[in-house]
Write a protein that binds this ligand. Structure first.
Ligand code: GLA
Length: 371
């Protein structure tokens, strides 16, 4: 059974290239429940895939890359700081690792909100990687594919991202979150049964656009590396809160966030396993405060939503993803979600912010080859 979005990509391929694609694959965006800016410090994260995906229809040929959403075509080679750099980067990454990627053409369609912190870039990478893997019959294991996608983003696109998004997109299971140890690269499924608890995860897209390259993301990462050097540890994963207190200035603030966030992720997993959503929610609020005050990646729109969530009685709320704009999430009793949306809208209007977008999602399956 093809998903609607996969059908759209397949039809676009057929229309553009005049034949059936050899393979259709799709991969989801993600939200991160907790564990922000910990992945590149060797720490823990707890993302979950969402039911918004990017689909790619692909086959051998020289017809280039076509985006249904942008209604534009781009060549398979080169680099031009557009959406096409992601599939190109993945093809490069696979080739560079010794897989003989044949010349291919592709049509891409998606419904993951872009530049919103929901990992549309990891979704396009994961879908491309899985499709090329199927086309070339390489049988690359999922974790290796995720690393190859990350390499595409680091070395080709030029964003020094961690492993979380690619792992989430390729390894998440339906109805569950994924605990990732970003050092050992072990991943463990954690059931996320929101329905049984009468809860929903409301996503607020502040529509404050961000591109990771243009933000302080790489700079935050460099400060963390510097903090680890000063402490004499390989990565901040190896530091305790007492160690972090020996630092000063920016290094102190950044390290305090990272070290305390790792602890919060593990506490959050324990809470989830016990279906203790109250504790889980508290940890979300604490995470947000730490991201706002110590890591300094929040923006007034994200803070406004989190404050509104608290006022509306949400169990927890926080920014999700890198920050600097994008999305926040709230864990809230299902009947109260509507009043939170109304309250947040009023608060945004009062502060003359742009109109935010809202949606709820279901924890969804990771990347799949369709059909
Ligand atoms: C972005 C990166 C991830 C991670 C988050 C922050 O989403 O792609 O690797 O670092 O920011 O937690």
């Amino acid at each position: 059974m093809m998903r609607e979005i996969e059908r759209r990509a397949a039809e676009a391929y057929q229309n553009r290239f005049g034949r059936e694609p050899a393979v259709v694959a799709s991969a989801p965006g993600r939200i991160n429940l907790i564990g922000e800016h910990t992945d590149y410090n060797g720490g823990f994260v707890l993302p979950c895939a969402i039911d918004r995906r990017i689909a790619i229809a692909l086959g051998p040929g020289e017809g280039g890359l076509y985006s249904v959403d942008y209604a534009e075509a781009r060549p398979c080679d080169g680099k031009d700081d557009s959406w096409a750099d992601y599939p190109r980067g993945v093809a490069w990454s696979l080739s560079d690792a010794g897989f003989s990627v044949p010349p291919f053409q592709a049509a891409i369609a998606g419904d993951v909100p872009q530049a919103a912190g929901l990992s549309s870039s990891a979704a396009i990478e994961a879908a491309t990687a899985l499709a090329l893997d199927a086309l070339g019959q390489f049988a690359i294991p999922r974790k290796r594919l995720a690393l190859l996608c990350q390499r595409a983003e680091n070395a080709f696109v030029g964003v020094n991202c961690g492993i979380m998004d690619q792992y989430a997109s390729l390894l998440c299971q339906d109805g569950a979150a994924l605990l990732i140890d970003c050092r050992s690269l072990e991943a463990e499924t954690v059931p996320l049964n929101l329905d049984a608890a009468g809860l929903s995860l409301l996503v607020c897209d502040t529509r404050v656009k961000r591109g990771l390259g243009a933000t302080g993301y790489n700079e935050r990462r460099a400060t963390c590396e510097q903090a680890a050097r000063i402490l004499g540890v390989a990565q901040l994963r190896d530091a305790t809160i007492v160690d972090a207190a020996r630092l000063a200035g920016l290094e102190l603030k950044r390290a305090r966030h990272v070290v305390s966030e790792d602890d919060r992720v593990l506490a959050a997993v324990t809470a989830l396993r016990a279906a203790d959503f109250t504790t889980f929610g508290h940890l979300m609020y604490e995470s947000h405060n730490s991201l706002r005050d110590d890591y300094e990646v929040s923006v007034p729109e994200l803070d406004t939503f989190v404050d509104a969530a608290r006022e509306a009685g949400a169990l927890g709320a926080r920014l999700t993803g890198a920050g600097f704009g994008g999305c926040a999430i709230a864990l809230i009793a299902r009947p109260a979600a509507t009043s939170l949306i109304e309250l947040a809208r009023r608060r945004f209007a009062k502060r003359e912010f742009g109109e935010p977008g809202f949606y709820t999602f279901r924890p969804a399956a990771g990347a799949e080859v369709a059909g």
